[in-house]
Design a protein around this ligand. Structure first.
Ligand code: HEC
Length: 148
């Protein structure tokens, strides 16, 4: 009996260590789960990418509000140069058809990127981003990776 009383604190300590280690492992593995897409980042940073004219290319908004491609955006209201709040929220839902959160090869990121830079070989809208150094391309990538 005397021996049991002396060993039991060690058993308790070992059990605590096990629980603590388990909790730490769980915390460490969290970044591996998909990040959440941020609406404000989408509205203020990504939508302008869709509206900007790039040399030698048509703006994303021109094609992607009227065609049946997997990326479909809400048409701008007559006379408007950008989307209002309700339209932005709709776009945020619509864009998720071409975004897998946390996956940087999502179609939104890979499709308009030049093939030579690692993009898809064909996009009806052209190779809008010549390289991964293009800040607008980096904005698309950051969004997909959960930037706020
Ligand atoms: C000249 C018209 C045009 C413009 C401008 C254009 N696209 Fe496209 N896009 C298309 C067409 C057509 C398709 C469907 C066929 C294809 O995959 O190329 C498409 C497909 C896509 C897809 C879906 C890929 C898939 O299969 O899931 C994405 C994402 C996309 N475009 C992003 C963009 C972005 C971002 C821009 C602006 C930087 C842009 N596009 C500009 C015509 C355009």
């Amino acid at each position: 009996m005397h021996r049991m009383n002396r060993t039991s604190p060690y058993v308790v300590a070992a059990a605590c260590l096990f629980v603590t280690t388990g909790a730490l492992n769980q915390a460490n593995s969290q970044p591996a789960s998909p990040p959440k897409l941020d609406y404000e980042f989408f509205k203020t940073k990504v939508q302008p990418v869709f509206l900007t004219k790039r040399e030698g290319h048509t703006r994303c908004v021109v094609c992607h509000t009227i065609n049946n491609a997997p990326l479909h955006l809400v048409p701008l209201s007559p006379g408007s140069t950008s989307w209002n709040e309700a339209q932005s929220q709709q776009n945020f839902q619509l864009v998720q058809k071409v975004v897998v959160a946390g996956y940087e090869d999502s179609p939104l990121v890979k499709h308009p990127l030049a093939e030579a830079a690692g993009g898809d070989p064909h996009h009806g809208g052209g190779q809008q981003f010549a390289s991964k150094n293009d800040p607008a391309w980096q904005t698309l990538r950051a969004f997909v990776l959960g930037a706020k």
